[in-house]
Write a protein that binds this ligand. Structure first.
Ligand code: ADP
Ligand code: ASP
Ligand code: MG
Length: 401
C-alpha cells in the first residue's frame, strides 16, 4: 500500500492512513506500506537547498530531500502502534533498497527481501520510506520526482505481492487530468503500455519508471483514492477488449522548450555531432524535426525539458563554429499534447481527427510525432488546456458521452 504526499499531508490524513492499513491487516492481508513525504515537503527541501547553494552537491541534496519521507514513515508507524498494529519504519538502508550511484535520479539495482520478510514473519507492518535507497557505499540516493511509486512497485516485486496499491488524491487514472478537464472519466482498466505512454507524456498520477518496472515484472497496479474505499483503476497486461477503444487518454507536458537551428549544413555527421553533444551533457531530446534541404542547408527543430534549455544552449554554442548553422531560435512557451490508445494500431483516422479538432479552434500545430499507440503535437503553451478539453470531447471521452 503506497500513500502519496496528500494522503499523508496532515495529522488527520496520517490517522486516516493508519486506519486504512489497520483495516487491511484486520481483514487478513499482510501489508507493507510505502510513504511519500507530506505534501509540499519535498518542494520545500529542494527550495532550501537552492537557497543555500547555487549548485547543491548531489550527494548532500539527496541526504536532504530524503528526510521528508523519514518523517512520514515514523508518524505512520506511531499511529499504527496506537491502533494495536505493530508498524515499524524502514529507511531505504534498512529496507535494503540498493541503487546505482546516480544521485537525484538513481535506479534501483535490487532489493534484498530478507529484512522486510523477517518483519512480516514477526507480524509487523513495515512502513518503508519511498523515494530513497542506498548505493554500494551506503550513500543515500533518491529515485527522481514521484519516486515513491517506484519504491512501491519494486518492493511489491521483491516480495512477490499480489497487488501494488497506489493510494492518492484522485480515485483512479482518468482519461485526462481531472483537475484540468472536469469531464474526464475514470478508467476501469488500462494496459501497462498505455499507462506508460500517458505517464511519460505528462500524466503525473504514476511515475513513468514505476510503470516501466511494473510492466517488466508484471506487478498489477491498483490506483485508488486514500479518501474513500471505491474501486480505482487497474493497470495490467493488455486484454483484447482494450483494442476496441480508439483513444484511452490525453496527456500533456507544459515544461518543454523548443530549439531551432536555422540553416544547418546538410551533410553526413551533422545531426550526430549536434545530438551527441547534447547527450554528453545528459540532456534528453524529445521530438526532432528536420526540414528538406534547400541550397545545401536545412533547419532542425527539437524539444528538450525547459529545465535543460540553458544547458542545451551552452552546449550547442560550444560547437556552433564547427557545425556552422546560421542562428538558433528558442521558444519556452510551448507544450506537448498527446492522445494515447492501443486501438490506434487497428483503427485509422486518429491523426486526422486530432488535427481537425485543433484547427477548428484555431490552434496552430508546430511539430508532430507519432508512435504505434500515440500522436503528439507541440503547440503554444497557453492553449494546451483548451486543446486538451476539445480533444477530450472530440474523441468521445467526456463523462456524459
Ligand atoms: P501522490 O502525491 O499521491 O503521488 P501525485 O500528485 O503525484 O499524487 O499524482 C496525483 C495527481 O495526478 C492528481 O491529483 C492529478 O491532478 C494528476 N493527474 C494527471 N493526469 C492524471 C490522470 N490522467 N488521471 C488521474 N490523475 C492525473
Ligand atoms: N516526495 C517525493 C516527491 O515529491 C517522492 C514522491 O512523492 O513520490 O517527488
Ligand atoms: Mg506521485
Amino acid at each position: 500500500m503506497k500513500f502519496g504526499g496528500t494522503s499523508v499531508g496532515s495529522v488527520d490524513r496520517i490517522q486516516a492512513v493508519a486506519d486504512r492499513i489497520a483495516a487491511a491487516v484486520r481483514a487478513g492481508d499482510r501489508v507493507v506500506a510505502v510513504c511519500s513525504a507530506m505534501s509540499g515537503e519535498t518542494n520545500r527541501l529542494i527550495a532550501l537547498a537552492h537557497e543555500v547553494s547555487a549548485r547543491p552537491l548531489p550527494r548532500e541534496y539527496d541526504v536532504l530531500v530524503a528526510t521528508g519521507e523519514q518523517a512520514s514513515i515514523a508518524l505512520v508507524a506511531m499511529a499504527l502502534n496506537d491502533r494495536g498494529v505493530a508498524g515499524r519504519s524502514f529507511t531505504g538502508l534498512q529496507a535494503a533498497i540498493r541503487t546505482d550511484r546516480a544521485h537525484t535520479k538513481a535506479r534501483i539495482v535490487d532489493i534484498d527481501p530478507q529484512p522486510l520478510r523477517a518483519a512480516l514473519e514477526r507480524g509487523e507492518v513495515p512502513v518503508v520510506a519511498g523515494f530513497q535507497g542506498i548505493d554500494a557505499e551506503a550513500n543515500t540516493t533518491t529515485l527522481g520526482r514521484g519516486g515513491s511509486d517506484l519504491t512501491a512497485v519494486a518492493i511489491a516485486h521483491a516480495l512477490n505481492a499480489d497487488v501494488c496499491e497506489i493510494y492518492t488524491d484522485v480515485d483512479g487514472v482518468y482519461t485526462c487530468d481531472p483537475n484540468v478537464v472536469p469531464s474526464a472519466r475514470k478508467i476501469e482498466r488500462i494496459s501497462y503500455e498505455e499507462m506508460l505512454e500517458l505517464a511519460s507524456l505528462g500524466a503525473k498520477v504514476l511515475q513513468t519508471r514505476s510503470v516501466e518496472l511494473a510492466m517488466k515484472v508484471d506487478v498489477p497496479l491498483h490506483v485508488r483514492s486514500s479518501f474513500d474505499t471505491s474501486e480505482g483503476t487497474w493497470v495490467t497486461r493488455e486484454v483484447p477488449e482494450m483494442e476496441d477503444i480508439l483513444v484511452s487518454g490525453i496527456a500533456y507536458n507544459n515544461r518543454e522548450a523548443k530549439i531551432s537551428l536555422i540553416d544547418v549544413p546538410d551533410q553526413p555527421g551533422i545531426a550526430s555531432s549536434i545530438f551527441s553533444t547534447l547527450a554528453d551533457q545528459n540532456i534528453n531530446v524529445d521530438m526532432i524535426i528536420q526540414n528538406i534541404s534547400i541550397d545545401g542547408t536545412t533547419d532542425m527543430t527539437f524539444t528538450v525539458a525547459e529545465t535543460d534549455l540553458d544547458a542545451a544552449l551552452d552546449a550547442l554554442r560550444s560547437i556552433q563554429s564547427d557545425v556552422g548553422w546560421e542562428h538558433i531560435e528558442t521558444d519556452r512557451e510551448v507544450a506537448k499534447l498527446s492522445v494515447v490508445g492501443v486501438g490506434m494500431r487497428s483503427h485509422a483516422g486518429v491523426a486526422a481527427k486530432m488535427f481537425q479538432t485543433l484547427a477548428a479552434v484555431g490552434i496552430n500545430i508546430q511539430m508532430i510525432s507519432t508512435s504505434e499507440i500515440k500522436i503528439s503535437v507541440v503547440i503554444e503553451r497557453k492553449y494546451v488546456e483548451l486543446a486538451a478539453r476539445e480533444l477530450h470531447s472530440a474523441f468521445g471521452l467526456d463523462a456524459s458521452a
